[in-house]
Design a protein around this ligand. Structure first.
Ligand code: PLP
Length: 378
């Protein structure tokens, strides 16, 4: 049997990871500034994380949601405390798209409406409802086409206000920072007015923090910089540092009913233990602060390349570098000549930097020096 060939692959097979580095079968070391799509939060093979998984696997890896699981309760408590959302409720699932599916469904259960608002350039996932609110026609099949979504330009509150006057809206979904779309940050005032508009019209506000959450932005959630509280917040990626897990943080006004949501694998023992270990490490090692400081330093230094770079966008360790030309050559040369892995985006001129949150200055400096050498030649 052959693999269904849907991924354009880098000519590279990592066989081991340690901290911010990956190693191939010949022992070559690569600096990972991509974290496998922003998934690696606390670093590859963190000893505390490994020990937690090892212990849990030896005890109980999985049982279904038909039985009590105090690891879920422990995870919810720790996530509530570290994120500042103690009074919210948690539903656990397996991935980012699934988290958004459940958040959209909860919004519709709550106000019994169906029309959704999303933003140009948005990426929320590839399954039914999350694909409806994703702004990319090339990944939608005929059955994913929908007449119950409106895409609006990011940061234009008047456009949202106009629509709310014409149409009854179920939910607005927005990324904390647009990731796949090329790193665009919703403005603080825009988010604040959006919350107001949503409250006034009984519209559910869903903050997709799948990529921008878990400390990556230098805050637990990127939207917290705006001082807002959404109705629903979705998480995944960095939550399990590579172990598949996702979740929805749900405002206390939502009333749970047995059978309303469900999953076989979501919130299993091993996944919860991985997610608990991630939160412990983030707290113990001050990784949110490290993301903020390292990101500020990296962005300041990148600004010095102003002749060769069109724009630097981002917050913390979620950074987009836009060139006045396609990024391929820079990215490929960084990989081939300097063994540095960076990320792509859906915009051909914007490269993404999404390293593990425990990256050290030494590694950032190595990247900056290599980047300087590459840019001299491009
Ligand atoms: N939401 C955002 C903001 C994402 O960046 C992604 C994935 O890149 C998703 C949702 C979908 O997550 P998953 O691939 O885990 O389904």
């Amino acid at each position: 049997m052959n693999l269904f060939d849907v991924y354009p692959l880098l000519d590279f097979e990592p066989v081991q990871g340690k901290g911010c580095y990956l190693f191939d079968g010949d022992g070559n070391r690569y600096l990972d500034l991509y974290g496998g799509h922003a998934v690696i939060s606390v670093g590859h093979s963190h000893p505390y994380y490994l020990q937690s998984l090892y212990e849990q696997a030896g005890q109980l890896s999985f049982y279904s949601n038909a039985v009590k699981n105090s690891l879920q309760v422990q995870l919810a408590k720790k996530l509530g405390t570290l994120s500042g959302y103690q009074d919210y409720q948690l539903f656990l699932c397996n991935s980012g798209t699934e988290a958004n599916e459940n958040a959209l469904k909860l919004a519709s259960f709550y106000n019994h409406r169906r029309h959704l608002v999303a933003f140009d350039n948005a990426f929320h996932g590839r399954t039914a409802a999350s694909l409806v609110v994703t702004d990319n026609a090339t990944i939608k099949a005929a059955l994913n086409e929908s007449d119950h979504v409106t895409f609006l330009p990011l940061n234009e509150i008047e456009k949202v206000a106009e629509l709310t006057e014409k149409q009854e809206i179920c939910a607005v979904i927005i990324e904390g920072i647009q990731g796949v779309g090329g790193i665009y940050i919703p403005k603080r005032e825009f988010l604040q007015k959006l919350v107001e508009l949503c409250h006034q019209n009984d519209i559910m506000l869903i903050l997709d923090e799948v990529q921008s959450g878990y400390g990556r932005s230098g805050h637990f959630f990127a939207h917290q910089l705006a001082g807002i509280q959404p109705d629903l917040i979705t998480v995944a990626k960095g939550m399990g540092n590579g172990f598949p897990i996702g979740g929805v943080l749900i405002h206390p006004k939502f009333q749970a009913k047995h059978g309303m949501l469900g999953t076989t694998f979501g919130g299993n023992h091993l996944a919860c233990r991985a997610a608990i270990a991630v939160l412990d490490i983030i707290k113990q090692e001050n990784l949110i602060e490290n993301a903020r400081k390292s990101g500020n330093y990296l962005m300041q230094e990148l600004m010095k390349f102003n002749g060769k770079i069109k724009e630097i966008r981002g917050m913390g360790l979620m950074i987009g570098i836009e060139f006045p030309f396609p990024y391929d050559k820079v990215r490929n040369t960084l990989f081939k000549n300097y063994k540095i892995i960076t990320g792509s985006s859906s915009q051909k001129n914007t490269m993404r930097i999404l390293p593990p949150l425990n990256i050290k200055k030494m590694d950032i400096d190595f990247f900056l020096e290599s980047f300087y050498q590459v840019l001299k030649k491009v």
